[in-house]
Design a protein around this ligand. Structure first.
Ligand SMILES: *Cc1c(COP(=O)(O)O)cnc(C)c1O
Length: 429
């Protein structure tokens, strides 16, 4: 049986690991920093990337590689790596192909942490970003490019704006301009959307969210589709297409081909130098989450839809935002890219603004106040009084997080209990 042909549900459960006769059924946690060799020649081959094997867990660890292989199969990629966080994944994915003096085009509707990484920290490293409206036309997108543009970046479903990206539009223009499209697929997960099937070249994840799904371990992942032809754009990507002096003159795109060059370089160079590795224990927890991801995503989406329908019909609610609702601006795009559901996050406005939103949240009994999302337990956040509390109402509006906005992450509870909790809290207003 060709494992690549298996359906996503089976890949969630069994991908990445096939034990041999008498081996553990569950993936072993290889809690070891180092690995033993009989001769220096054996180890030398590993350092020269002449042989594959383990020597130090900062670079590679068998448990982490097993889980990365599962996510790779789920996304339909050719190579993948785990990282210490989603932030590290976004940074490595871009920095692997862009350096000082380069430029990247990004959707403006992205996670706040990623925006800060790009607009502030990577800018200090000499990489410039142009942020475009995700709903821009192809021409507008094209006009954001410069001769030194090295990549395009966007999120399948943006956190927290919940905009849905037209991946095919972004991929078409990126490829026309000779650069890869990097997609942060955290909110949709490969269960609901596989960006490679729509033209994306690299996928990143904060595995901290739905993939882990139980609030246990911070982590990230990068997957390569193996479809971008680096050598055809060798002038743009010298890091992949010319010899790496720090690795004995290896040219990644030649030695590892399209299928392996990107992840090998990110591991051999960036992981070696920055060390943002995931621990094998965290990878084990992540794998437990992945085993039930397909079952959980369906429930997260159902709960979000039911809660959103209730909110939409409630007179104390000013507006509701989720691509699960037919009234939503992104419903059609969501149907195209995620016909089986989007994610469990819904945002809405409580009539009466900041004060009403605060009072409403205080009255909730089952739904907890947290900065987290995508957890088995429902939680919510009022950005105006938490993450964005330094802003006044006008600034909040401009940032796309109005003062009345409540972000609700629907967990795996019974949706009627969530609706009852929201109803009783609204009744206190
Ligand atoms: C949380 C999140 C990140 C950052 O991930 P961490 O694991 O918290 O570092 C990146 N992208 C998206 C869409 C996220 O939701």
């Amino acid at each position: 049986m060709d494992k690549k042909q298996l359906r996503i549900e089976t890949k969630c459960v069994q991908g990445g690991y096939t034990p041999a006769n008498g081996e553990p059924r569950q993936i072993p946690i290889v809690q070891s920093t180092t690995f033993k060799y009989a001769t220096s020649e054996d180890m030398g081959k590993l350092f020269d990337l002449e042989a594959s094997g383990y020597f130090y867990s900062r670079l590679q660890n068998p448990t982490c590689d097993t889980v990365a292989a599962k996510i790779c199969e789920m996304e339909g990629g050719t190579a993948a790596m785990l990282l210490s966080s989603g932030q590290a994944a976004s940074f490595f994915a871009v920095f692997n192909i862009a350096s000082c003096g380069d430029h990247v085009v990004s959707s403006a509707s992205i996670y706040g942490g990623t925006y800060n990484l790009f607009a502030v920290t990577m800018k200090k490293m000499g990489i410039e970003f142009t942020f475009v409206d995700p709903d821009c036309t192809e021409d507008e997108l094209r006009s954001a490019f410069r001769p030194n543009t090295k990549a395009v970046f966007g999120e399948t479903i943006a956190n927290p704006a919940l905009t849905v990206l037209d991946i095919e539009k972004f991929a078409k223009v990126a490829h026309e301009m000779g650069v890869p499209l990097i997609i942060d697929n955290t909110f949709a997960t490969p269960v609901n959307c596989r960006p490679f099937e729509h033209g994306a070249d690299i996928v990143t994840h904060s595995t901290t969210k739905y993939m882990d799904g139980h609030g246990t371990a911070v982590g990230g992942c990068i997957v390569d589709s193996g479809k971008f032809d680096w050598m055809a754009h060798a002038d743009k990507y010298p890091g992949l297409c010319t010899p790496d002096d720090s690795y004995h003159g290896i040219t990644y795109a030649e030695k590892f081909g399209q299928a392996g060059a990107f992840i090998t370089k990110a591991t051999a160079q960036l992981m070696r130098d920055f060390g943002c590795c995931q621990s094998p224990q965290s990878a084990f927890y992540l794998n437990l989450g992945l085993e039930s991801l397909h079952v959980r995503m369906a429930r997260h989406c159902l709960n979000a839809k039911k809660v959103a329908e209730f909110l939409e019909s409630n007179e104390r609610i000013a507006w509701v935002n989720t691509p699960e609702l037919p009234s939503n601006k992104y419903y059609a795009l969501a149907q195209k890219y995620m016909p089986n559901g989007t994610c469990g996050v819904v945002s809405f406005g409580v009539k009466g603004g900041r004060t009403a939103a605060e009072k409403f949240m205080k009255a909730l009994k089952i739904i907890a106040i947290e900065t987290h999302v995508a957890d088995a337990r429902s939680c919510c956040l009022h950005p105006a009084s938490a993450t964005h509390r330094q802003m006044n109402d006008e600034e909040l509006k401009n940032a796309g997080v109005p003062a009345d906005l409540v972000r609700l992450s629907c967990g795996l509870e019974n949706y009627q209990d969530l609706i009852d909790d929201i109803a009783q809290a609204l009744a206190t207003l």
